[in-house]
Design a protein around this ligand. Structure first.
Ligand code: FES
Ligand code: FES
Length: 160
């Protein structure tokens, strides 16, 4: 039976009517109308649906909505704005990473959480942190470049 659940999303509060086991991805996408995260595999294996819950990256396609109630949920729209992008968002533009763009939200959310915890990461650490994420357009090398650029910018304090 659907039940009313209050979610804290991107600094605001939204009420949704979903079954307790409904994946958070569906609540965010279908009930709240956020166009990212994206549905990729629905099995926790591609990362397209990644959001932050209390600052940690989670795959929203396999996270029950009930498990996110009362916690701080951040999606790509809450990470930065066009005027004040997150360093990873800025680096994505600078390195011209996206092709179709379908995977972008998941990679950026994963990388942003990683760079918050790991300053000046090595290439190996970056690859390890992003293992399991998929990009059907094959932009992986550009993604690595962007994350390294973001890490450098963050270390230099040249972006937020
Ligand atoms: S859609 Fe969630 S991991 Fe693929
Ligand atoms: S840019 Fe197309 S799937 Fe990654």
């Amino acid at each position: 039976m659907a039940q009313r659940t209050t979610l804290k999303v991107n600094g605001g509060t939204k009420a949704v009517e979903v079954e307790a086991g409904t994946p958070l991805l569906y609540a965010l996408h279908d009930e709240i109308g956020l166009n990212a995260p994206h549905f990729g595999c629905g099995l926790g294996q591609c990362g397209a649906c990644t959001v932050h819950i209390d600052g940690k990256p989670v795959r929203s396609c396999i996270t029950p909505t009930s498990a996110a109630a009362g916690k701080e949920i951040t999606t790509l729209a809450g990470l930065g704005t066009a005027g004040k992008p997150h360093p990873v968002q800025k680096a994505y533009v600078d390195e011209q990473v996206p092709q179709c763009g379908y995977c972008v939200s998941g990679w950026i959310m994963t990388a942003a959480a990683f760079l918050k915890e790991t300053k000046n990461p090595s290439d190996e650490q970056i690859r390890e942190a992003l293992a399991g994420l998929k990009c059907r357009c094959g932009t992986h090398l550009a993604i690595i470049r962007a994350i390294k650029r973001a890490a450098k910018d963050m270390a230099q304090g040249s972006v937020a």
